[in-house]
Design a protein around this ligand. Structure first.
Ligand code: FE2
Ligand code: FE2
Length: 194
């Protein structure tokens, strides 16, 4: 979709179908949950509900792509080779935005940024970045301990919700002895550390 085109309900339907073809039913349900949440947050905090819808629908577009495809793009398109030490969890957002742009023709930088940052967050995040980051964490299908508090925070103060999510995500990664992508630490240092 080009920036100048109007985002009609038909456009949304088309986008939904393109996304649905890329993923399991379960993940597609998650995507719709993120969209519903992101639109609500956009209305509450004064972001564009249309951009929230598009970014939410496409945020996990590349999640089920094989590693080979990501590795090819990382090697070809001038990404830091350090990225090769990570996996799908990091790639599907950071590099997945390129798939969204190339295959779906979405060129809006605000939307692409929200897709890129949805897993790691960042020190500097736009309102839409924060909305997608938080909506991904609190959508109605999520059931982990702490999700209720995260949902309450999201309605009170979006920045507090970003901090809460960042802290708990990092705790979870540490508990599982997973490798931490440096940007996640940057996000923690900016939003959580005193
Ligand atoms: Fe994701
Ligand atoms: Fe997601």
């Amino acid at each position: 979709m080009k920036n100048s085109e109007q985002y009609t309900s038909e456009k949304r339907e088309q986008l939904m179908q393109r996304v649905q073809m890329q993923m399991s039913e379960r993940r597609f349900k998650h995507v719709l949950g993120v969209e519903e949440t992101a639109i609500a947050l956009a209305k509450k905090y004064g972001a564009s509900p249309e951009k929230a819808s598009i970014a939410a629908l496409t945020h996990d577009y590349a999640k089920e792509r094989p590693d080979d495809e990501f590795i090819l793009v990382i090697n070809r398109d001038g990404y830091d080779k350090e990225l090769l030490n990570y996996g799908n969890a990091i790639w599907h957002g950071l590099v997945g935005a390129d798939f969204v742009s190339r295959e779906l023709g979405i060129t809006d930088e605000e939307i692409l940024s929200a897709i890129r940052l949805h897993t790691t967050g960042a020190a500097q995040m736009s309102l839409l970045d924060k909305i997608i980051y938080v909506a991904d964490y609190i959508e109605p299908g999520r059931t982990f301990p702490g999700v209720k508090e995260a949902r309450e925070l999201a309605l009170l103060d979006l920045d507090e919700a970003v901090a809460f999510e960042t802290k708990h995500t990092l705790e979870h990664l540490l508990a599982q002895e997973q490798k931490i992508y440096p940007k996640t630490i940057e996000t923690y240092n900016y939003w959580v550390a005193k």
